[in-house]
Design a protein around this ligand. Structure first.
Ligand SMILES: [Zn+2]
Length: 370
């Protein structure tokens, strides 16, 4: 009943109208440097996905550019901006002329067109040079031109060295914010020229309360806060996008996968038959097969991440113990093979093939036995 009920843009809008959850210390320090006119030329905002780095950056820029900031109240932490002036509104909508967001997505948009390359896993040197041209221009309205560099860790050495040049001779009225998971993924020579704000997990109770303030009922707030593992951005998105009901589907799918991994051939065949019946049922029952396959694919991707010691990037953050326990009993080859088979099964289901063909072989011949 949730599907298509709201366009995605609304939730994005809601996200940015929101108040910052947690990270008051960072907001307080940044606001103080605005007030005392002691801003750095460059900042690094680091921390896991969904922790609130971009959010902090946007609020920082609003506080910096607001045309009508509320008066300072002694003892009050956090950013001061009105949220309603032209600058605040346009920054929120990513339309302010003095704020540029550089990202892989932006790069892809710039490159799209005939003859464009599809390789967009890294911020390229041409992108950095395009940014540098802009950095040298004076701001149009705001006290400073701001460049928010998302995906900063994807810069390879040539791009990073080009970027370093800007930091070595920063134009007086430019401010650069680098966004990344960890400052260790940037060149040390870059980090040493920036003020680093490493955003830590926000307490679960803080997130739970924040969700309730936004209209979540207590059980939903509690569940999403726990699942977010300290990442308010994750919790808010799940709440506004109404994707939290997927959580129940996910728990069920993981349970089924765990059972199947331990089950013998007869049980696996029976399950494969059961999927055929669901698929034949059309409508919602058919959709449930696709959902389950997607969730499994996500699970096996997480297993690969945990295998490679990158568990902090896993989607199922609340299930790291289960993931680790499974990884301890799997070989890398088995994980990779399962990912291939699941991807193949997914594309076969996409072309409406029966899961008997797509999944039968997977269960009988490829799913490892734990
Ligand atoms: Zn304002």
């Amino acid at each position: 009943m949730w599907e298509d009920s709201e366009p995605a843009d609304d939730s994005q809008e809601e996200l940015f109208q929101d108040r910052l959850i947690g990270h008051e210390w960072a907001a307080g320090l940044l606001q103080r440097s605005i007030d005392s006119r002691k801003l750095s030329h460059a900042y690094v905002f680091s921390g896991p996905n969904g922790i609130g780095k971009s959010f902090l950056a946007h609020h920082f820029v609003m506080a910096l550019s607001c045309q009508n900031p509320p008066p300072k109240i002694e003892g009050q932490l956090g950013f001061r901006f009105c949220g309603e002036c032209r600058a605040c509104r346009m920054i929120r909508e990513d339309k302010y002329p003095d704020v540029s967001v550089i990202s892989l997505e932006w790069q892809a948009r710039m490159e799209s067109g005939p003859g464009s390359s599809s390789a967009n896993a890294n911020l390229k040197i041409d992108t950095i040079r395009a940014m540098q041209l802009e950095v040298s221009r004076a701001p149009l309205e705001a006290p400073r031109r701001v460049f928010i560099v998302e995906d900063a860790a994807t810069m390879q050495i040539a791009a990073a060295n080009a970027f370093l040049k800007t930091l070595e001779e920063p134009p007086a009225r430019a401010l650069i914010i680098l966004i990344c998971d960890s400052d260790r993924s940037l060149l040390p020579t870059i980090v040493s020229r920036c003020q680093v704000f490493d955003l830590r997990s926000v307490p679960t109770e803080t997130i739970e309360k924040a969700l309730e303030t936004r209209g979540a009922d207590q059980p939903t707030a509690h569940k999403l806060a726990a699942l977010s593992v300290g990442r308010p951005g994750y919790a808010l998105r799940a709440f506004y996008d109404k994707t939290h009901q997927d959580v129940d589907d996910r728990d069920e799918a993981i349970q089924e996968m765990e059972t199947l991994l331990k089950a013998d051939q007869a049980v696996r065949l029976a399950f494969s038959e059961e999927l055929n019946t669901r698929w034949a049922g059309q409508g919602e029952r058919r959709a449930s097969v696709v959902t389950m396959l997607n969730l499994w694919l996500g699970w096996w991707r997480d297993l690969l991440l945990v295998y490679n010691g990158q568990g902090r990037y896993a989607t199922n953050q609340d299930k790291l113990d289960t993931l680790q326990a499974q990884v301890d009993r799997l070989h890398l080859g088995q994980i990779k093979e399962m990912l291939q088979w699941l991807t193949r099964a997914q594309s076969e289901l996409d072309s409406n093939l029966s899961p008997r063909l797509a999944l039968g072989d997977l269960f009988v011949n490829h799913l490892p036995r734990l």
